[in-house]
Design a protein around this ligand. Structure first.
Ligand code: TXE
Length: 478
C-alpha cells in the first residue's frame, strides 16, 4: 500500500514512519497509510512558510481570491466522494459527512470574497496637516492544529482566512483522521499558490504539534481540541508572545420550557445531543426541562433515543455512526459507569453493540433524574450520552444552564418571545439558539464561546480578521 505524503514547500515529502488510518465502522478496513513526520520535517515546513511569507503577505488580492475560489469550487464539485472518505475515516454518517464537506467548500468561497473586502480606516489627526490610516496586515506564519471530529470543516475554517489575509500556513491534522486534510491539501496544491505558502505535516501532537508551538518563526497558532492540550498551547505561545486562539470543549445546555412546541424540542434534543455520535463541541449534552413537562418530554425522548439506528457510517439509513476509536469508546463507557454510580437513572443505552463488521458501536445513552453537580453534567464526555435535569422555572433553568465551566453554545425551546429574549440576554454562552439545536451553525458569522470553551478572538465570518491580521496605524504629514 502506498503512503500518503506530507506537503512541504510545494513538494510531496515521504517520512520514515506511517500511521494507519482505520475505519471506525469496520476496523478491518484501512483507509490508508499516512506519513508520520518528526521534528525535522516540521522545521522544514516552518522554514518554507517563513520564506514564503516575505512575498505572500504583499500578494495581489485577486490571486488570493482565485486560489480560494478554485479550492472551494473543487471541494463542492467533489462533495460526494470526499464525504465518503470523511465518513469512512471519522464515522459520522454519509449525509452528515457530505454536509461537512459542502460546508468546507462554502467556507473557502466565503473567504475568497473576504479577500476583496479587507477594510481599514482613515481618520483625521488631532495634529494639523496629519492624517492617520489604519490597515490590516498579515500576522505571518500561522500554525494550525486540528482535532478529529470535523476532519475537513475545521481545517477549512482556519486555512481559508489565514490565506485570505496573506498569512502562510503549516497545518497538523489530527492523527486519527489525516485523510480528509490530505485530500484538501491535494486540492490546495493545484490552486496556484507559490511554494511554501501552504504546508501540511501529519504526525503526533507531541512531536509535530509541539514543534509548531515552540518555534519562534510561528507567529500565531489556531487550535481546536481538548482542554488539556489547549492549556499547553496557551502556555507555550504566551511564553514566547505568539498570538493564539483556542476552541475547546462544551457542556452545552438546552432548556425546554413548558410552553415549548414539544415535537420541535424533541427534535432539537435528539439532533443536538446524538447526531454526529455526540462528538461535537456544540452537542446538547444537558437537557434542562421545566417541571410540568419533564415527564412527558423525558418519556418521549427516551422512546426516540431507543429507536435510533446505530450502524456503519456508510450504510443507508444509519442515524448514528460508530464512536471514533477505542479510546473515545472507553471514555464514553467510563462516564456511563460514573453516571450510574452517581445515582443518575439510565433510561436507555450505554451498552456496546455488535454489527456485521467489527467497529466502535455504542447505543446512545440517556440519563434522567440527574443534578448539575454530577460529573456527567460537569465534564465533557464527547459521545452519544445526554442527561436530563429538572428546573422549576425559567430563572432556575438559566441558572443551571450557566452553572458550568464551559460557555460555547446554549439553547432554549419556548414559544414565548419574552422568555427567549430573557434567555438570550442572561445566557453566558458565546452562541445562543432559540428553538434550534445547540449544534449547527452558519459559516458567515462568528463561532466561539466563553469561559473554558474558548480563548482569543472569534473564528469564522468577518470576525476571523481579528485573529488572522494585525493592525498598523500610519501617520502622514502631507
Ligand atoms: O484531543 P487533543 P484528542 C476532547 C474530547 C476528546 C478529547 C481527546 O473529550 O475525547 O478531547 O481528544 C494535537 N502540542 N475533544 O486526543 O489531544 C493533536 O495531535 C501540540 C473536544 O483528539 O487535544 C490533535 O491534532 N498539539 C474537542 C489536536 O492537538 C498537540 C475536539 C487535538 O488533540 C499536543 C477534540 C501537543 N502537546 C477533542 N498534543 C471539541 N470539543 O471540539 C496533542 N496535540
Amino acid at each position: 500500500m502506498s503512503i500518503f505524503k506530507n506537503y512541504i514547500n510545494g513538494e510531496w515529502v515521504a517520512a520514515d514512519n506511517a500511521i494507519s488510518n482505520i475505519n471506525p465502522s469496520n476496523t478491518n478496513d484501512i483507509v490508508g497509510e499516512y506519513a508520520r513526520a518528526g521534528q525535522s520535517q516540521t522545521l522544514d515546513a516552518i522554514a518554507a512558510a517563513e520564506d514564503a511569507s516575505k512575498t505572500w503577505r504583499y500578494s495581489n488580492i485577486q490571486a488570493r481570491f482565485d486560489a480560494l475560489d478554485f479550492i472551494g469550487s473543487e471541494i463542492l464539485a467533489r462533495k460526494a466522494e470526499l464525504g465518503e472518505l470523511l465518513a469512512r475515516e471519522e464515522g459520522k454518517t454519509l449525509p452528515e459527512a457530505i454536509g461537512e464537506v459542502a460546508r468546507a467548500g462554502q467556507i473557502f468561497k466565503f473567504f475568497a470574497g473576504e479577500t476583496l473586502r479587507i477594510q481599514g480606516d482613515m481618520l483625521a489627526s488631532v495634529r494639523p496637516g496629519v492624517t492617520v490610516d489604519v490597515t490590516r496586515e498579515a500576522v505571518g506564519v500561522v500554525g494550525i492544529i486540528t482535532p478529529w471530529n470535523f476532519p475537513i470543516a475545521i481545517p477549512a475554517w482556519k486555512i481559508a482566512p489565514a490565506l485570505a489575509y496573506g498569512n502562510t500556513v503549516v497545518i497538523k491534522p489530527a492523527e486519527l483522521v489525516p485523510g480528509s486534510t490530505w485530500a484538501l491539501t491535494e486540492i490546495i496544491s493545484r490552486a496556484g499558490l507559490p511554494n511554501g505558502v501552504f504546508n501540511m505535516v501529519m504526525g503526533a501532537g507531541r512531536e509535530v504539534g509541539q514543534t509548531l508551538l515552540d518555534d519562534p518563526r510561528v507567529n500565531a497558532v489556531s487550535f481546536t481540541g481538548s482542554v488539556g492540550t489547549g492549556s499547553r498551547v496557551a502556555a507555550a505561545c504566551s511564553a514566547r508572545n505568539a498570538k493564539y486562539q483556542l476552541e475547546m470543549g462544551g457542556k452545552n445546555p438546552l432548556i425546554v420550557l413548558n410552553d415549548a412546541d414539544i415535537d420541535n424540542a424533541l427534535g432539537c434534543a435528539l439532533n443536538g445531543a446524538f447526531f454526529s455520535t455526540g462528538q461535537r463541541c456544540t452537542a446538547s449534552s444537558r437537557l434542562i426541562v421545566e417541571a410540568s413537562v419533564y415527564d412527558e418530554f423525558t418519556e418521549k425522548l427516551h422512546a426516540q433515543v431507543a429507536g435510533l439506528k446505530v450502524g456503519d457510517a456508510l450504510a443507508e439509513g444509519t442515524q448514528i455512526g460508530p464512536v471514533v476509536d477505542q479510546r473515545q469508546l472507553d471514555q464514553n463507557q467510563k462516564y456511563v459507569d460514573i453516571g450510574k454510580q452517581e445515582g443518575a437513572n439510565l433510561l436507555c443505552g450505554g451498552e456496546l453493540l455488535e454489527r456485521e463488521t467489527p467497529g466502535f458501536y455504542m447505543a446512545p445513552a440517556l440519563f434522567a433524574d440527574t443534578n448539575n453537580d454530577m460529573r456527567i453534567n460537569r465534564e465533557e464526555i464527547f459521545g452519544p450520552v445526554a442527561t436530563v435535569l429538572k428546573a422549576n422555572n425559567l430563572d432556575e433553568a438559566i441558572s443551571l444552564a450557566n452553572d458550568t465551566d464551559f460557555g460555547l453554545s446554549a439553547g432554549i425551546c419556548t414559544t414565548s418571545l419574552k422568555s427567549s429574549n430573557h434567555f438570550k440576554q442572561m445566557s453566558r454562552a458565546g452562541m445562543v439558539m432559540v428553538n434550534l439545536p445547540t449544534a449547527g451553525v452558519d459559516y458567515h458569522v462568528p463561532f466561539g464561546g466563553t469561559k473554558g470553551s474558548s480563548y482569543g478572538s472569534r473564528e469564522q465570518g468577518r470576525y476571523a480578521a481579528e485573529f488572522y491580521t494585525t493592525v498598523k496605524t500610519a501617520y502622514s504629514l502631507a
